[in-house]
Design a protein. Structure first.
Length: 326
């Protein structure tokens, strides 16, 4: 029995004697479409069933770290939309997102561990996230868009590259609308400080364990990538320990830990955002206080707090440390 599907490229050649610009040829390879009983009016939008005859990988412009996958044998609907450039919409196609180990690494939970411990999952070469049936748009210049608004739950643990943080059971969202694309993971914790220590040994929250909602954003595209961890704490000021510095933050402050990579070097930065109500009394504005904790060791006691020393010509015998309030 002959197949009800014909090659998409051949079908388009029949329908468009003077074809408009088409996407990169390889994007159309090994895609079968159902030939319609009568040729469609190509001056208007038309559609037909499609099937992928081999696994397809769509790379994002500007990055080789993230790709879209459609598996062999999967199907859906092809919509062709005329215009200055021809646009293809692949509707209700099962899509997967493949992420390189430069960003995320596959992990698995060690059986019987409590609290859970993790090890690399050698059975998975890369992290692949299943997105479900969604719509992928490809125009004749090779650009594509993704209609994806729902949250999906991570079905296997992943490790954030360059950190000790392993995420399991988090929801993730996608934003592919701008030049830089974004994957966002969101989860709740009852021990914020444990998570901060996994992302960086240079940052700690000195307060008692506190609940928080964490959001991890992975930005990619335009030849660069950035990992950003966001969190906020309400109804409590916090004290953060940084190398050589302690910072006291006001209630309601928002925090962002930025991890970037450039020319093979990794960089870490902390951004603190404090909202100031319009018309607030200047005397009652929220304050950010910082003081140094760096010093040369004094005496034999390892328990003495370290601080920044004044110059040797000071008159006071008391060693003042650096302190500032903003």
């Amino acid at each position: 029995m002959s197949s009800p599907f014909v090659e998409l490229k051949d079908y388009l050649d029949e329908l468009y004697p003077d074809p408009p610009p088409l996407p990169v040829t390889t994007l159309l390879d090994a895609i079968g479409v159902q030939e319609l009983p009568a040729p469609p009016d190509v001056s208007n939008q038309w559609e037909t069933a499609l099937q992928f005859q081999e696994t397809k990988s769509f790379d994002f412009p500007g990055t080789d770290q993230v790709a879209l996958l459609i598996r062999e044998g999967e199907g859906g609907t092809l919509e062709v939309i005329p215009g200055e450039t021809l646009t293809f919409s692949l509707v209700d196609v099962p899509l997967q997102l493949q992420i390189s180990d430069d960003l995320l690494q596959p992990m698995r939970r060690i059986a019987g561990s409590n609290p859970p411990r993790y090890e690399p999952d050698r059975s998975r070469e890369t992290v692949i996230l299943s997105l479900g049936k969604i719509t992928l748009g490809i125009d004749s210049t090779g650009n594509f868009s993704l209609d994806f608004a729902a949250a999906v739950t991570l079905d296997a643990p992943v490790k954030v590259a360059g950190t000790d943080a392993v995420i399991e059971g988090a929801q993730f969202f996608l934003d592919f609308s701008g030049e830089n694309k974004c994957i966002l993971f969101q989860w709740s914790t009852d021990n914020l400080n444990r998570w901060l220590g996994q992302f960086s040994s240079l940052l700690a929250d000195d307060g008692s364990p506190i609940a928080a909602t964490l959001a991890l954003r992975i930005l990619f595209g335009s030849g660069s990538s950035e990992v950003r961890l966001d969190w906020s704490v309400t109804n409590a000021s916090r004290i953060l320990s940084l190398p050589g510095l302690k910072v006291k933050t006001p209630d309601g402050a928002r925090f962002s830990l930025l991890m970037t990579e450039e020319a093979g070097e990794r960089y870490l930065g902390l951004v603190l955002t404090v909202d100031v109500p319009e018309g607030a009394d200047p005397a009652k504005l929220p304050k950010v206080e910082a003081r140094s904790t760096f010093a040369w060791t004094r005496g034999d006691s390892a328990n003495k707090e370290r601080e920044l020393q004044n110059d040797n010509g000071r008159k006071s015998k008391k060693a003042d440390d650096f302190e500032e309030a903003l």
